[in-house]
Design a protein around this ligand. Structure first.
Ligand SMILES: [Zn+2]
Length: 105
């Protein structure tokens, strides 16, 4: 059994500027590195869970999100922080119908 910490992305790890999909839009929030390192030092595996309705809206593509997460991971690795997995909900209830992967589900 592992201990897991599930973190939202926009507004928690990076400042929420709305529909972020490019590396230059990412500003890591103050204190997030220290927080993640502390959690990791206490034995928590770190996971990111993010609703990306911009995908359902056609504002950007899945490949953009995956590339962004790769670049975010690179920055986090420089801080000795490792994300075990990013979970993405690409849906929006009014556009694609209900799904089971959208937070808070
Ligand atoms: Zn979903």
């Amino acid at each position: 059994m592992i201990k897991a910490l599930f973190l939202d992305r926009d507004g928690i790890i990076n400042e929420d500027k709305g529909y972020i999909y490019k590396a230059e839009q990412v500003t890591f929030t103050e204190g997030i590195f220290r927080f993640m390192k502390t959690a990791a030092s206490l034995g928590f595996e770190l996971f990111v869970v993010t609703n990306q309705s911009g995908l359902a809206r056609g504002m950007y593509q899945q490949a953009d999100v995956l590339e962004l997460h790769k670049l975010m991971n690179k920055e986090l690795e420089k801080e000795d922080i490792s994300i075990r997995k990013f979970y993405i909900c690409p849906h929006h209830p009014s556009l694609t119908g209900r799904c089971e992967c959208r937070k808070p589900e």
